[in-house]
Structures are given as structure tokens and as C-alpha cells.
Ligand binder design. Structure first.
Ligand code: SF4
Length: 361
């Protein structure tokens, strides 16, 4: 199996774009400038350095003060930006403005990160957790009664959101595949403990803007801000890990501002992207099977122009190969790929349970 998830996601989006990138290796001419991809890399490096410094300086995510946290963030941003690509960020007034922007985004993002930790029992355990073919930004763990719960966090600059339909169409394999790989590693390392997937999430690196018509208290403002950082992803809706992710879920009719979970009654959590541990694992198997299928198709030499269409969205909109591809639906052989739409989580569960029955047959 090709284990580069981003490569397989690219193939799922359009076989021809995949061929141009990985077969012909066409790439844009590099320019001496800071682009969106650079900004994403810089944010990742700043957060990585921040986590390393937290450990080195013996700070705790739950007790670090605002002053300590902000000064540590500023120090990390300075160190990363000063050494990035021959000091390119010092090369113009525009880039100096970018450094100020990066500091402000990182300060808010790290504040939200610490709030997430404070509101639950999970502890950030591994950063840039490397396995054979990839790297996970963060793995948080929580242990109780011989059970080890895992929470995977992938930092994304921008506003990427988890979408179950995208998983079933092969466009978002990464989060679930990463959870599968971490489970395998932890099951070997933590023998004797039951290792349970609690959730696998995107966490957006950003600086949200809150519009308020009237003066509001700081506490209310913080809550609104935190809502903007709510993670999206596949989550275990069993009550034990749910409460460990956000203590508010101990109450009835509560909604988490951290993870996509809420409660109706005491002791039961629900989510539009939630499932129990068994189905969570079935979902991981499903993703691995899709990765196998895509690998086989790539090895068979599939290179047709088959971009997906999801509502009004297609990958052609932002594709760098438009000028060499000339995809036109009116021409013979050029067709958009149909996508599956999952509107209710029950649809996924039915399908996964059906697959589970076949496994037992
Ligand atoms: S423009 Fe569309 S069809 Fe052509 S390579 Fe890009 S995604 Fe594929």
C-alpha cells in the first residue's frame, strides 16, 4: 500500500492531477517569496517549538500563566522566523508585518490549545509523533482503570473541517489513518492496557475575529473565541472518553466547545460524527481498504481526468495544472466523478455494521 496519505487523497480528488504531480513530477517554478504553504510550515514549526520548550522548561499546560505563555510564544516565533529560508522574513516591510501577524495568530492559537487541555483530563503526550510514513502533530492520552484513551490532533492553518462524506470519497483519509497507526504502535508499547480511540481531530491555527454589538464580559468573549477553535473530527461518543475530553459533558443538555459532542441526558454523549469504539475501528479498517484500492489503481496506471464534483466544488477550481489539462466536461471521456453524500451519521453506522456482519460470516 502507498502510505503517503496526501498522495492518495490527491489521487481520490483526480487521477490525472495525481499523475502530473507524482508521475511526471511537474511543479511550479519556485519564487523567492512567502506563500500560503510557507505560512503553514512556519505555524507548524512555531507550535512544535512551543511544545518542546514547554517540556524543556517544565511548564504545565494547565498552570502556565498568560504572561509566561505569551512570552514563550513570542520567543518561539522569533527563533523560527529569523532562521526561516535565509531570513526571507526579514527581507521586506511586508514580511516584517507577516512576523507580527504570525505572533498574534500563534498567541491566540496556543491560548486555545491550553484551554482545551485545562477543560479535560487528556494530557499532550507526543508531538510530531513519527511513524513509518508520516508524522502526527500531537497525540494526547488519558488513562483510567487499565484503559488508555488516545486523542489525535492535526494542526491545520485555515479552516479545514472534517467531513464524513469526504472520508467515504477518499478525500479525507489522513485523520483516521493516523489514528489507526497510533493504535497499532501503542498496542505494542502499552501491552496489558486496552487502547481505545477517543477522537481524531483537526485543530485550526487561526486568529478569529469576534463581532459583538454590545460590550460583553471577558468571560463571555473567551467562550465565543473558544467556540471558534472547536475541533472537528471523528469522535468516540462513549461517555467516559467524552467527559475526559471536556468535563462539561458530565452535565445533561450540555454542549462542548472543544469537541463535536453534546449530551441530552446524564451519561450519554452524542455527535454528528460520533461512534462507539467498535465502529471507530471499523472505520479505520474501511480507510485502510480504500488506501489499498487506490494503490492498486495507481499501479494499474489509472491517469484519467476524473475530478470529483461535490455540489458546486471541484478540485479544478484551484488546480495548478489547468493550463496543461484543459478538462472540459463537454468532451468525450471527460467526466466528473460522482461523490457519495453522507447526510446522517446513521448512514455510516448502518454500512459499517453491515460490513462487520460480513466479517463474521
Ligand atoms: S484541472 Fe481538474 S481535471 Fe485537470 S488535472 Fe486539475 S483537477 Fe484534474
Amino acid at each position: 500500500m502507498i502510505k503517503s496519505v496526501s498522495r492518495l487523497e490527491k489521487y481520490a480528488a483526480c487521477a490525472y492531477a495525481h499523475f502530473l504531480t507524482y508521475g511526471l513530477k511537474l511543479a511550479k517554478r519556485e519564487k523567492y517569496e512567502i506563500n500560503m504553504a510557507d505560512m503553514g510550515t512556519i505555524y507548524h514549526k512555531c507550535l512544535e517549538l512551543f511544545s518542546a520548550e514547554m517540556l524543556r522548561q517544565n511548564y504545565n499546560y494547565r498552570t502556565i500563566t498568560d504572561v509566561e505563555r505569551n512570552s514563550l510564544v513570542d520567543k518561539c516565533v522569533t527563533e523560527i522566523t529569523e532562521n526561516y529560508e535565509n531570513m526571507i522574513l526579514k527581507s521586506s516591510k511586508r514580511n516584517e508585518y507577516l512576523i507580527r501577524k504570525i505572533k498574534s495568530v500563534c498567541r491566540k492559537t496556543v491560548w486555545a490549545m491550553c484551554e482545551h487541555v485545562k477543560r479535560g483530563d487528556f494530557t499532550p503526550q507526543e508531538f510530531e509523533f513519527a511513524f513509518k510514513e508520516g508524522r502526527i502533530d500531537r497525540v494526547d492520552t488519558y488513562e483510567k482503570d487499565g484503559k488508555l484513551y488516545l486523542k489525535i490532533i492535526d494542526y491545520k492553518s485555515g479552516s479545514k473541517k472534517f467531513d464524513l462524506s469526504d472520508v467515504f470519497n477518499g478525500l479525507q483519509l489522513q485523520l483516521i489513518y493516523y489514528m489507526g497507526e497510533t493504535l497499532k504502535i501503542k498496542e505494542v508499547l502499552e501491552q496489558g492496557k486496552e487502547v481505545i480511540p477517543a477522537g481524531t481531530f483537526y485543530f485550526n491555527i487561526k486568529s478569529p475575529y469576534i463581532e459583538c454589538s454590545e460590550e460583553i464580559q471577558d468571560e463571555k468573549l473567551q467562550e465565543l473565541l473558544l467556540k471558534e477553535y472547536k475541533m472537528t473530527g471523528l469522535v468516540n461518543d462513549m461517555i467516559e472518553p467524552a467527559v475526559a475530553m471536556d468535563h462539561i459533558l458530565e452535565e445533561e443538555k450540555a454542549e462542548s466547545v472543544i469537541v463535536p459532542l453534546k449530551t441530552k441526558d446524564l451519561g450519554s454523549a452524542v455527535s454528528s460524527s460520533g461512534m462507539n469504539s467498535t465502529n471507530f475501528r471499523r472505520m479505520i479498517d474501511r480507510v485502510e481498504r480504500m488506501m489499498d484500492e487506490f494503490t492498486e489503481e495507481i499501479l494499474e496506471g489509472r491517469i484519467e481526468k476524473n475530478p470529483y464534483r461535490k455540489g458546486m466544488n471541484t478540485p479544478c477550481e484551484y488546480c495548478s495544472y489547468r493550463s496543461v489539462c484543459n478538462f472540459d466536461e463537454r468532451e468525450f471521456g471527460n467526466q466528473y466523478k460522482k461523490t457519495v453524500k453522507i447526510s446522517k451519521p446513521e448512514d455510516v453506522l448502518k454500512e459499517l455494521e453491515q460490513e462487520g456482519k460480513h466479517e463474521l460470516d
